[in-house]
Design a protein around this ligand. Structure first.
Ligand code: 5GP
Ligand code: SF4
Ligand code: MG
Length: 460
């Protein structure tokens, strides 16, 4: 999911949020929503669909206020339905709160019990709503916003990057492991205005300057007095999702000090060094495989070419909820360039193989277009474990590398050769401490313990 928040009296906060969400569209395409605060009063519009389908000039003009919170959703818990669209708005004794969540809680069962025992009415099925209700409970027990939120976050385990609007300010929060990203930006204005967003690309689009990341276990509270920071958790760890770096986030976003485009090019270079091959051209799978393909080309000296053209108006195949939708989506999306591919030995570079459905089809497409050899290179290691922290890599039995060796996958995809980047190579390319990332889907080493019943839902 993508989250966005802004505190900017005097500005058109709904429109700024709309642009921010537009830049975060890749993080979720099922539903979109914006809540604004005009003093005590909350205005909310959310619906199924893309940001551009959900909002127009008219409904944006019906969202006045000085504070806004926005969300783009792709479902990891809770079904793909309108009631599950965010922001979630909940009433408290201090007024309403609007919450937008990116991530996935692992203790939902326990939290649900907890809430029901305290007479909570659960309207939707999402973990995100439960966080909002937990905050409401704490506030209604007499705490202020800050203390109420901190108490509620203590009841949550898992991945949560949150943006929370209240009548007096907007809050940005990351879980103690900082699994999902969240950044702070500033608008050039007097007094200084702050913006929160999942990725820096959402700051760029509104002309905001990137200030810094919200830290794991940190809460920033933005009010008329400016920005205040609280470290709400005693022993935070840095466990940013490495999959954000490899695939999920936009290449023009900055994480860990550089654009992901640069990181992904470096992944391609490492890949060429680890697993060279002879070939005539290197192509990338648009869009996510392209930076690594360019890196591979640079390091190997094999010319880079465009061999597949993407229809820009088809969304990410992976994000659509069902396998059949996914498969028809894939056919619509990529078209081979016969004159580039015909008679060539081709290296095709992609960022990851999850189920193997895209890759298998692509190989077939390349051969039909006349490629005489197809060598597949993947700029991440085999995905062997499901994610419980908010990336929908599905159940373990759907992950091709969970049950098959590289040789078996080579056969199944019908490629002449196949190589994945090593885990060491992937982490070395970050230039950061390997311990400062979650890479559980490649190793099974989950930084936040996943309770057995939840684990069973995604294991074969
Ligand atoms: P597959 O061959 O496993 O069917 O698809 C791999 C492709 O799916 C890659 O191009 C990768 O960019 C893309 N992909 C799209 N969404 C996701 C996602 O959420 N997780 C992963 N791992 N890969 C995804
Ligand atoms: Fe990211 Fe994989 Fe960890 Fe999930 S398990 S948070 S996808 S690195
Ligand atoms: Mg891709």
């Amino acid at each position: 999911c993508g989250v966005f928040g802004i505190y900017a009296p005097g500005e058109d906060v709904a429109k700024l949020t709309y642009f921010g969400l537009y830049a975060l569209q890749h993080r979720g395409q099922e539903s979109a929503g914006i809540a604004t605060f005009e003093g005590e009063q909350v205005h909310l519009h959310k619906d199924m669909g893309l940001v551009s389908q959900v909002f127009n000039e008219t409904n944006l003009s019906e969202l006045p206020g000085s504070i806004a919170v926005g969300h783009t959703r792709y479902s990891t818990t809770g079904s793909s339905r309108k009631v599950n669209a965010q922001p979630a708005v909940v009433d408290t004794r201090l007024g309403k709160l609007a919450l937008a969540h990116n991530g996935n809680l692992v203790n939902v069962a326990q939290l649900r019990e907890d809430l029901l025992q305290k007479n909570c009415n659960l309207v939707t099925t999402t973990d995100s709503e439960m966080i909002a209700l937990a905050i409401a409970q704490e506030v209604n027990a007499g705490r202020d916003w800050l203390e109420g939120c901190i108490q509620a976050f203590g009841r949550c385990q898992g991945a949560f990057s949150l943006v929370i609007g209240t009548p007096t300010g907007v809050m940005g929060v990351r879980d103690p492991n900082g699994i999902r990203p969240l950044v702070i930006g500033t608008l050039e204005s007097e007094p200084m205005r702050y913006v929160l967003a999942s990725e820096t690309c959402a700051l760029d689009i509104i002309g905001a300057e990137f200030l810094r990341d919200v830290q794991p276990g940190e809460l920033v509270w933005i009010t008329e007095e400016g920005l205040a920071s609280y470290h709400w958790y005693q022993h935070p760890q840095r466990k940013l999702c490495i999959f954000e770096m490899i695939y999920f986030a936009r290449p023009d976003s900055i994480m860990r000090g550089e654009s992901l485009y640069s990181y992904r090019m470096r992944l391609g270079r490492h890949l060429a060094e680890e697993s060279p091959t002879e070939a005539d051209i290197v192509i990338g799978v648009p869009d996510s495989g392209v930076p690594a393909a360019i890196g591979f080309s640079q390091a190997s000296g094999i010319p880079y070419a465009e061999g597949l053209i993407k229809n820009r108006y088809v969304g990410r195949t992976f994000i659509q909820p069902t396998q059949s939708m996914r498969e028809s989506g894939i056919r619509m999306k990529l078209n081979p360039l016969k004159d580039v591919l015909y008679g060539k030995r081709v290296v095709i570079v992609d960022d990851s193989i999850v189920r193997g459905t895209t890759s298998r089809k692509l190989v077939k497409t390349l051969r039909e277009a006349g490629a005489i050899e197809v060598h597949m290179r993947i700029s991440s290691p085999p995905v062997t474990h499901p994610c419980f922290y908010g990336i929908d890599t599905d159940t373990q039995d759907q992950l091709i590398a969970a049950t098959k060796s590289v040789e078996e996958i080579t056969k199944q995809l019908e490629v002449d050769s196949l190589a994945y980047l090593s885990w060491q190579g992937m982490l070395a390319a970050t230039k950061e401490d390997p311990q400062s990332f979650c890479s559980a889907c490649f190793t099974g080493d989950y930084p936040i313990p996943v309770p057995e019943p939840m684990k069973r839902t995604k294991l074969m």
